[in-house]
Design a protein around this ligand. Sequence first.
Ligand code: PLP
Ligand code: COI
Length: 340
Amino acid sequence: MTKPTELDYATLGFSYTETPYNVRCHYREGSWGRLQISDDPYLPIHIASTALHYGQQAFEGLKAFRGKDGKVRIFRMDENARRLQRSAAYLEMAVPPMELFCSAVTEAVKNNIDYVPPYGSGGSLYIRPVLFGVGPTVGVRPSANYMLIVFVTPVGHYFRNGTRGIDVMVDRHHDRSGAFGTGAVKAGGNYASSLKSGIEAHKKGYDSVLYLDPTEHKYVDECGAANFFGIKNNTYVTPVSSSILPSITNMTLMTIAQDLGINVECRKIDFEGEIESFEECGACGTAAVIAPISSIYDPDNERHFTFKTIGDVTKLLYNTYHGIQSGELEDKHGWNTIVE
Ligand code: PLP
Ligand code: COI
């Protein structure tokens, strides 16, 4: 196992690095058991598990940061708990109680505390809770038993050019979810659906795919595994759609924007009618953080749109967001949980 002191956060990227412990909890016969701390990265599960056959699975992604004061802070853990509860309910899984989720996440961080990257390294500890059905079931119906697992892994930048600006490509020929499907919950199947378009975009030299709404392919949905925002006239505009994942980063940026006197609009964004009018565009998410979008290519119309990177508003939002996570700015909304 790589020692924390051997990691180079500047080149690490968003890759998996094994850490000593993970946290597990079983749901059996209608109730959740006690949290277990495991040093085994493998998991024996039944060959007829619903997660394996029918994708009865959902996950979360959140981060812990080491501040200048040396303290470790977990960002907005309660919102990830709520979103996993919504995902679980949609996929007919056992719903983990808020306290169980928060204890599992906190224990996972505490037990791997040396892997929280140092302040100023550009790294963070990515926390990955996952909930899944552990059969046995062969008919298409929900499992009776579930597992909640939380592992952590230190990460650096998600996008190669994350801080300089990313180039994205519109894809009207693949959707990550249906209009009334699982897009608004964090089901693993959405990510399986996005692999093909993501790989095709990478092969063409783009960092990510910009998905449009799956009904008309007219309105902006989201940007790979991140929400989209555009900025113009001191206004932060972000799409409303039934097929995008409600991003906790986006929710946070909307609050920060309002605190800073920037207007916020949540509404449909007509791609062809409006995209050109944005001064700045960005992709936001826990993994992606706030990646300014340098350019958007629309292959169907052979059009290329470019944006300011990094624009003043995006920079202000980023500095405030990062400042709160690292404990350098006041956490007036109570978003951080201090672990130690
Ligand atoms: N959209 C998708 C499809 C995602 O996978 C993610 C990542 O979680 C996001 C948006 C951003 O959400 P959050 O800010 O909660 O990480
Ligand atoms: C996150 O930002 O936490 C995500 O879940 C993105 C991930 C699929 C890489």
